[in-house]
Ligand binder design. Structure first.
Ligand code: IMP
Length: 202
């Protein structure tokens, strides 16, 4: 019972491993298949990029694969960084650099009056999943999202990516301050996984 996830993102790998362990499945990632070439993510939507990854990696391996394309959409930045979330501060940027870039973009747009306002903008995480079986050419798509706010200071060291800046008013915490179980219960990826499971009939 193995699930191959078409990603090299260690944060995603940890979350998928945790989620699928619950149903007795082991997760393999692109670290287990180092010969599969990187996929060029030049789509304009999360769904398009997820399909691209699933199709490319599935066809290369001749095995069913699950692909995740996800990111952060910030209202005050007209939806940016969106599909560019992983490389907002440049190709191969570290999470910390992307977070700094996000804060500096938001600071520069902030109105003079509310400099003390800690919540800088409404935002949402989005996750598109595609499960693809090259043997049957069957493709299953799933989607999830979570609403929150970008806060002016990072907090927490869990999760990955923009989690330390993503504030959830109902928890009075950032996503990075939640346990992995809590994150999975509310996150875009958790929601997309539940959508996928329900479409698989379980
Ligand atoms: P992708 O690998 O092209 O789908 O890019 C995903 C990027 O979106 C990550 O590198 C993060 O910057 C961001 N992202 C996606 N999911 C999460 C999450 O759960 N928490 C924080 N950042 C995320």
């Amino acid at each position: 019972p193995v699930i191959i996830v078409a990603t090299k993102n260690k944060g995603k790998v940890r979350e998928f491993a945790h989620a699928f362990a619950r149903i007795g499945k082991e997760v393999k990632s692109m670290y287990d298949y180092p010969n599969v070439p990187d996929v060029v993510e030049d789509g304009t939507t999360f769904a398009e990029n997820a399909w691209k990854k699933a199709k490319t990696v599935g066809d290369a391996l001749g095995l069913p694969v699950l692909a995740d394309d996800s990111g952060l959409c910030v209202d005050l930045l007209d939806g940016a960084p969106g599909v560019y979330s992983a490389r907002y501060a440049g190709e191969g940027a570290a999470d910390g650099e992307n977070n700094e870039k996000l804060l500096s973009e938001l600071e520069s747009r902030k109105l003079g009056e509310d400099t003390e306002q800690p919540l800088l903008s409404p935002a949402r995480f989005v996750c598109s999943l595609v499960l693809y079986d090259p043997a049957t050419e069957e493709k299953l798509e799933a989607y999830g999202t979570v609403e929150g706010f970008i806060t002016s200071e990072t907090a927490g060291c869990g999760g990955f990516g923009y989690d330390p800046l993503f504030y959830l008013p109902s928890y009075e915490k950032t996503m990075a301050e939640l346990s992995m179980d809590q994150k999975q219960a509310i996150s875009h990826r958790g929601a997309a996984l539940r959508d996928l499971m329900s479409k698989l009939g379980g």
